[in-house]
Design a protein around this ligand. Structure first.
Ligand code: DAT
Ligand code: MG
Length: 148
């Protein structure tokens, strides 16, 4: 079963959208494996967004991610990486279609509420950045034979 790393970024927490966004992932059938409210340090934010180092928006992006609480979420399920990316929508909220998280709740490019890993390899790395092994739970979820 595939795992992915989701972040509900500080704008989601400040705008009180955490419940609404998490509900979409749960309703789709993804399972919670880890959940943790984090005040990200600059070092953590730099590690997470290392691939964007040197881009013009990098410093603002770090300032944003360290500006308030982030809910780190590890989700598991069939094709979890691609499923999360499709529920999120496009990077720019203004271009993201209705029905997606960013399309329904966001207008900004930077303050786009949610992060989702873009490949299984990056998911494994990002889960390691945000969670210690004992913060990820293995359990049999009720009804899994119906959901997948
Ligand atoms: P995504 O979060 O959709 O995977 P990304 O990995 O390309 O997008 O970029 C990471 C984050 O950086 C993105 O969520 C918001 C910010 N960002 C990307 N492009 C930007 C831009 N042109 N201006 C400002 N912020 C940007
Ligand atoms: Mg990305």
């Amino acid at each position: 079963m595939q795992r992915t790393l989701v972040l509900l970024k500080p704008d989601a927490v400040h705008r009180r959208l955490v419940g609404a966004i998490l509900q979409r992932f749960e309703q789709k059938g993804l399972r919670l494996v880890g959940l943790k409210l984090v005040q990200a340090s600059r070092a953590l934010a730099e590690k997470h967004y290392a691939v964007h180092r040197g881009k013009p928006f990098f410093e603002d992006l770090l300032r944003f991610l360290t500006s308030g609480p982030t809910l780190a979420v590890c989700l598991e399920g069939r094709e979890a990486v691609a499923v999360v990316r499709s529920l999120m929508g496009q990077t720019d909220g203004a271009k993201s279609p209705p029905g997606t998280i960013r399309g329904d709740f966001g207008l900004s490019v930077q303050n786009n509420l949610v992060h989702g890993s873009d490949s299984p390899e990056n998911a494994a790395q990002e889960i390691e950045i945000w969670f210690k092994p004992d913060e990820l739970l293995n359990y049999q979820i009720a009804g899994s034979e119906w959901v997948g």
